[in-house]
Structures are given as C-alpha cells and as structure tokens.
Design a protein around this ligand. Structure first.
Ligand SMILES: NC(=O)c1ccc[n+]([C@@H]2O[C@H](COP(=O)([O-])OP(=O)(O)OC[C@H]3O[C@@H](n4cnc5c(N)ncnc54)[C@H](O)[C@@H]3O)[C@@H](O)[C@H]2O)c1
Length: 433
C-alpha cells in the first residue's frame, strides 16, 4: 500500500499552447467548483475490486493515493512569453466567460524561456528563448529553472509532460541515441539529431523527474533515455496523446477484429485550424505524426496472423490545415470492411471533436499516475500508461499494445497491484462451480 502524498505536486509543461492552457485552466476551474473533470479517469473513473458479488467499486481517486487537485501547481516553458490567460484566449478553446472567472490564477502562470531551435519546428519562431553555447549548457539551464521553480512554489514533487509542438522526424536508432554516454557527448558537441524536446527530457530524467511525451517526436523513446531513466529510477511514458481520430480507431478496430470482420481499407483525413495544425502543415513535422498514427492499425489487427482478413488493408492518414475550424477538428474516416463470404460493407465516421478538450484530461491523468508510479518505486517505461498514448512505448523487441480495452485492463490491474488487491482475470468460473 502506498501512502497518500504530502505537499504540492508541480506539473511542468514544455509548451504552453492550446493543450497546456486548456489543462491548467480546467484544473483551476474544477478546484473553484465551476466545472467538472470530465474525461479524466483519475477523477471520474471507478474500478472494480474483488468478486462481482462483493460490490466494491470505488472511484479510482479514492482507491489509489494520487495527488489531490488542490495540491497541484503549474509551470512550464514556451517560446512566447504570454501568460496562461493570454495563451488560453489565443488558443480560443475555452469560452471567454469561463476564462474571466479564473483570470488572476491564469495570469500568474508565466512561461520560462524555452530551449528552441527553428530547424526542428519550421513553422514557428519566438523570442522568449534561451541562449547557450552547447546543448549541454541549455540542459543545465533547464535544470536550474526546475530547481528555482520547485523552491519558489514550495513543491514536494515534480512531473514533466511535453505539450510542445511536434518536431521534425528524427529516425530512432542513431549512434547518438544509443547510449547515455554517446548522448551526453552529443549534447556537449551540439549533435544535430538532438532536438530541443530531448534536452528537456534529459534535464527532467537527470533530476529524477517523471516524464511523459504528448507529441509524436522522439524524446524519451530511445535507449540512451531509457538508460538514464533506469539510472535515476525515473518513470517515463511516450508518446503522443491518444485523442480524436486515433482514439476512435483504437476503440473500433479491436471490436471489428474481435468479430473476425475483414478490413480492406481505412482512409482517415482531418481538417484543423489551430497552431498545431499549422505546425503539422510542414511535411517534416507531419512525417513524425504520420509514423505515429499509421502503426496503430497494423499492431491491433496483426495481419500476419490472419492474412485473409487484414493482409490487403490500405491505410492512409492525412492532416489538412484549415484555419476556419480552429481547435475544433473534423476527422473523417472511410472504412471498407467485409463480412461473411467476403461481402463488402462501409462505415463512415465524421467526428467533430475538440482536440484540446480531449487532450487536457490526459495531461492530468498522466501527471498524476506518473507521480504515483514514482512513489510506488516504478521506473523506466510505464507500459500501463499506454491507455493514453497513440504510439505507446514498450521495451525494445516487445510489441506495443494498442487495443484500448486491453490497455485499460492493464492500467486497472496495475492499480490493483500497487494497492495489494487481487488482479482480475475475468475468468469467473468460480461463480458457477
Ligand atoms: N490536442 C490534441 O488532441 C493532441 C493530441 C496528440 C498530440 N498533441 C500534441 O500536443 C502538442 C501540443 O498541442 P497544442 O494543440 O497545444 O499545440 P500549440 O501549438 O497550441 O502549443 C504548442 C506550444 O509549444 C510551444 N513550443 C514549441 N516548441 C517549443 C519548445 N522547444 N519549448 C517550449 N515551447 C515550445 C509553441 O510555442 C506552442 O505555444 C503538439 O505537439 C500536438 O501534436 C495534441
């Protein structure tokens, strides 16, 4: 049994745009009693314990000792110096009326100067940026920021969740990413394959601060970072918040597969008009996102095990920047399926979603669960948090688990394990014999 935490938890987000401001504003509004934490499993979810006949179904937050929302403080970095009130107004996700009610709290959250290099996010440019001779110097500056933040805010513990823009695609497997020694040398020598996000990750892990990556770029998912996470006994979780279209995909595809329905084609296209959409309009940032989105179906459907059903699946993903839609993304899916004797059918989805509304509770849950993981003495890759991620990080050579229902069972069993409760297999024969 893990003890209830004492003191404040600081949640740091490199990147303080739409997702981060929606997350922070949400928690503040919830603490004021003017909104509900909808979409957050840690706050609204329940968990069954023991046998069905025992009727024990507490709320997750009453079962595991996670931090109370009232004990959270926020911080972060951005290339723009806007405070969180201004950032939330710019993002235009939440209504002005709501923002006005929490204006003083939001205004008080100001970004620290970012580690940024335009070469890694081609569509952005900002002035609120650190200077340093080497990438190692920059990492040290981030560590100093973290120390100052912790002291100034009287935090007992910290976690970091990357909410920054999607960086260009960097292929994993390079020498600089292979060992901690090579990576640290790369930091000192300004290696071009070390992107800003990796500098924040290094700083966090070096200080033993749990880290999750909400974007699809390479940041904690390579051997050098896993090595560092083990060395400093720090939990990590990557990558890319599972929202919108991919959330739908990982709900629907396991269902079709469960009934042995074949799939011939799955065409997914999005239109969105926020800053994220603009960044993804650059082919190099889109490539990062595409790789993250494409792997999902293949890994759920396992065509090699059932070629008749899935061998010829044509899967295509497109993202189109369309400013009039703002943060309200529209995701279309055309799914060509086939059933008994090969007869074809079609499913069409038109999901009018709100990207940051779906992402904000994920930031909260990841932060609270990573802090719980650290207090439970877990470290390295936290596969049980795959539930929240499009491209779940798994041990090298281990196939990641994409099916959202398996991910949920894994998450719930991990919570039962942490609290010394019996794991649930759903066998249930003992009810009958
Ligand atoms: N909203 C979703 O549903 C969703 C889902 C999955 C992933 N994501 C990812 O989450 C990230 C944030 O999304 P968003 O909608 O808030 O985007 P956004 O553009 O509104 O915010 C990103 C912020 O990061 C800042 N930034 C960029 N590089 C930085 C750096 N090196 N250091 C500090 N700040 C930096 C930008 O200035 C910007 O303010 C994106 O990478 C996006 O792809 C979002």
């Amino acid at each position: 049994m893990i003890k209830k935490p004492k003191g404040k938890l600081g949640i740091l987000t490199p990147g303080m745009g739409a997702v981060a401001s929606t997350f922070m504003a949400g928690v503040i509004a919830i603490n004021k009693g003017i909104a509900e934490p909808i979409g957050s499993l840690t706050q609204m979810g329940t968990i069954r314990l023991g046998k069905r006949t025992e009727n024990r179904r507490p709320k997750i937050k009453d079962f595991v000792p996670i931090t109370d929302l009232k004990d959270i403080v926020f911080g972060g970095w951005d290339i723009f110096s806007d405070n969180m009130y201004k950032a939330a107004l710019n993002a235009a996700v939440l209504e002005k009326d709501l923002l006005k009610k929490i204006r003083p709290e939001l205004k008080a959250i100001k970004p620290m100067k970012a580690v940024f290099d335009k070469n890694y996010v081609k569509k952005l440019d900002g002035k609120h940026v650190k200077k340093g001779k080497t990438k190692m110097d920059l990492a040290k500056q981030v560590m100093q920021d973290i120390k100052n933040f912790k002291k100034e805010n009287g935090c007992d513990r910290l976690v970091m969740v990357w909410c920054g823009s999607t960086e260009i695609y960097i292929a994993p497997g390079g020498k600089v990413h292979s060992t901690l020694k090579a990576f640290e040398k790369g930091l000192r020598e300004n290696h071009k394959d070390i992107a800003p996000s990796q500098i924040y990750t290094y700083a966090a892990l070096k200080m033993g601060i749990p880290y999750a990556n909400g974007a699809p770029n390479l940041s904690c998912d390579f051997p050098a970072m896993v090595e560092l996470a083990h060395k400093t006994k720090t939990p990590i979780a990557g990558k890319d918040f599972k929202t919108g279209q991919t959330l739908m995909k990982t709900i629907l595809a396991p269902g079709l597969k469960a009934r042995a329905i074949g799939i011939k084609g799955w065409f997914s296209t999005n239109i969105l008009g926020n800053r994220d959409g603009e960044v993804l309009d650059d082919p190099e940032s889109f490539k990062t996102k595409e790789v993250s989105k494409l792997s999902v179906l293949e890994e759920i459907l396992e065509p090699e095990l059932n070629p008749t059903l899935y061998k010829d699946l044509y899967h295509k993903v497109r993202i189109n920047y369309y400013p009039p839609h703002g943060d309200n993304k529209e995701g279309w899916d055309q799914i060509d399926i086939f059933g008994w004797l090969g007869y074809g059918m079609q499913i069409k989805i038109d999901f009018l979603c709100r990207d940051s509304i779906l992402a904000a509770p994920i930031v909260l849950d990841l932060a609270l669960f990573l802090d719980l993981a650290k207090r439970s003495k877990f470290y390295g890759i936290q596969e049980w948090l795959s539930f929240y991620l499009k491209s779940p990080q798994a041990k090298e050579g281990l196939q990641p688990q994409h099916d959202i229902f398996i991910q949920l069972q894994k998450l719930q069993n991990t919570l039962r394990h942490i609290q010394g409760e019996e794991l649930i297999t759903h066998l249930g024969l003992d009810y009958y014999y």
